[in-house]
Design a binder for this molecule. Sequence first.
Ligand code: FES
Length: 368
Amino acid sequence: MSVRRLAEASVQPASFAFNRANAAAAKQWIKKYPKGREQSAIIPLLMIAQEQEGWVTKAAIETISDMLGMPRIRGLEVATFYTQYQLNPVGTRAHIQVCGTTPCMLRGSEALMDVCRSKIHHDQFHTNDKGTLSWEEVECLGACVNAPMVMIFKDTFEDLTPERLAEIIDLYGAGKGAEVKPGPQDGRTGSEPASGLTSLKSEKAILKSTRDREARAATKAAQAAPDAIIATAVPGPAAVAPSNTSKPKTKAEPATAFKAPETKAPAAKAAKPSLEDKNRPAGIDKPALVDDLKLISGVGPKIEGVLHTLGIYTFAQVASWKKAEREWVDGYLSFHGRIDRDDWVKQAKALAKGGVAEYIRVFGKKPV
Ligand code: FES
């Protein structure tokens, strides 16, 4: 990581002021933030100053900090933290930031830096003889999938070879930087496989993939609505002729569009088992002391109320249920299966035998 220090005092200008256009732009940026939060505009304002001066001077940092009513040290902290701010004069035509972080390094960024050393200056942050080019090593610039890469002002140049970077530097040096197209320099689009596409190679394949996806979605929708009649999309005279009758189509008629699912009357609620059923567990009158059935995991106040209406008040009663009796009680619950799923019988046996202490001994935890 490069050391971020302000430029020598000898190259620092005595003062800074935005030109008319940039002053207006700065004002706009400040207006974007709520009153009292104007400091948030420090980043765009420093960038505008850099675009105006070519680099960020100490005078610019101080002037902008004063404009935003923030301590100058805070402005200095921001300017010295982000590598997009140039704290030294840089090349007037290009300042090349070479990413030296691991993915780019493994893909050859060292060789790119050698090109900069030979074509610009041996040391970073120094301009070439004409003052038109400079370079530096920076941390990851977020284009690792196209490593190695460099950034020149706001553009990134990716998938570089030393030869291609040398060409780019020559073009910028000659004032023809606008001729270089940013992005991958090896011909690939974005970050598609470097060896070329491996799938969806033709428009036909892409269309087929889209159709398959749509067909899968339609099948899924039909499965979700089993009663829907999916009309066979057979184009024929009946399909293309405009119909002036409102007679509904039958299943046998070809149709042209997906038929909306027919709404089905809600299934009748399963009848509760008869109170006279032989499988009904024996109920009792409410005893003076009722057990707190809610200690059984899966029994809440509502279910406890249901159990009471069925004459079930004690752990011992629940503990004695056989399969047929459990199924009978299950018929009175809104969510079926919980008696066996939560093993009410085992829980009730423990609670009936020794209360909470026995429950903890058996289950290793308190009843909830
Ligand atoms: S490592 Fe170079 S762009 Fe991320």
